[in-house]
Design a protein around this ligand. Structure first.
Ligand SMILES: [Zn+2]
Length: 334
């Protein structure tokens, strides 16, 4: 949920005429490679018409395609994230999602050197694009269980022997006092914030309508028995925390059944006001969505938490706490 809230301006438009898209090869993303365009003033949306072309048909003079471009305002996604891109000029294409940060107008290049680049004039643009780049990385890290350590610049990729010899983005970031190291740090900090915000028992949330499973006999292990009439009605969850903490009863994470909802008329009435183990409930409000980027894979939105955040200290601690409390931690991903 929080995963995409900061990336409101992401537009998806696949470059279906590009031979790379047509090649249709999939990867399991193991990292992210940061590029910049070396083309002053051409913003993210404009790259679609430039690169949505076929090299084989002679419409473009090189074989190139990348997952996304971003600028100070928006992110344009041009390939599915798990599609093998043509951005690294090396083995990183098999492992890395790539994106290009567009460079602002008002300077030129002499070889790989920026000429007439006015740091002060471009500072605002740079900061906004930087923020979009950080947020895109956060989203992708959460999506593919990556950390900031898995992010490299194109020039770093060359040093590692997995990318062609390009200077980006090591030629640009230092002009604004930044580097790939400070970029990774920014992603790390944002990830910790996101991780903390996202780690909540959203398998069932306030406002969801639930029913008690037929097989459930007690509200929670060791708790009161559930009378049959309570199972004959639906319930609305009105609270998932108490005093800011998750509510654990009988070693299970519980939610408050604060309102009754009539099975047929859906009318709400005074609830039983009892905490109930979420494992004993069926969430009738849960609407499974498909990840559009991974067509037809039917990826589920809900997943067991354990793996996803294991690399992040912050989330790890929280997770530990939840687990020791007997809580099955889940995270909802977008
Ligand atoms: Zn590059």
């Amino acid at each position: 949920m929080g995963v995409t809230t900061n990336l409101k301006q992401l537009t998806r438009r696949y470059m279906k005429n590009n031979d790379c898209y047509k090649a249709g090869r999939k990867i399991k993303p193991k990292g992210i490679m940061v590029h910049s365009t070396a083309t002053p003033g051409v913003m993210a949306a404009s790259w679609f018409s430039r690169w949505n072309r076929s090299y084989k048909k002679g419409e473009i003079n090189r074989q190139v395609c990348i997952h996304a471009f971003l600028d100070d305002k928006e992110v344009w996604q041009y390939l599915p994230w798990d599609h093998r891109g043509w951005h690294a000029g090396g083995a990183a294409n098999n492992t890395h999602i790539g994106f290009e940060i567009c460079e602002p107008a008002g300077f030129s290049y002499s070889g790989a050197t920026m000429v007439g680049y006015d740091v002060q004039k471009h500072e605002e643009y740079f900061r906004k694009a930087w923020k979009n780049a950080v947020e895109l990385c956060v989203m992708l890290c959460l999506k593919y269980d990556l950390t900031e350590k898995d992010i490299i610049g194109h020039s770093e990729g060359h040093q590692k022997g997995i990318a062609s010899n390009h200077a980006d983005v090591g030629h640009w970031l230092p002009k604004h006092g930044e580097s790939m190291d400070t970029f990774r740090l920014a992603v790390k900090e944002a990830l910790q914030k996101e991780g903390g915000d996202n780690l909540q028992p959203v398998a069932i949330k306030v406002g969801d309508v639930v029913k008690i499973k037929e097989s459930t006999s007690r509200y929670y292990p060791g708790g009161p028995r559930i009378p049959n009439w309570v199972k004959d009605t639906y319930h609305k969850v009105t609270q998932i925390k108490s005093g800011g903490n998750l509510v654990i009863r009988g070693g299970k994470s519980c939610v408050l059944l604060g309102k009754k909802v009539d099975k047929n008329s859906k009318e709400e009435s005074k609830g039983i006001m009892t905490w109930a183990d979420i494992d004993g409930l069926t969430n009738l409000s849960a609407r499974p969505k498909e990840d559009k980027a991974s067509k037809g894979s039917g990826k589920k939105l809900y997943r067991v938490q354990a793996g996803a955040f294991s690399k992040k200290e912050n989330a790890d601690k929280l997770l530990k706490r939840l687990k020791s409390a007997g809580f099955d931690a889940y995270i909802r991903r977008d």
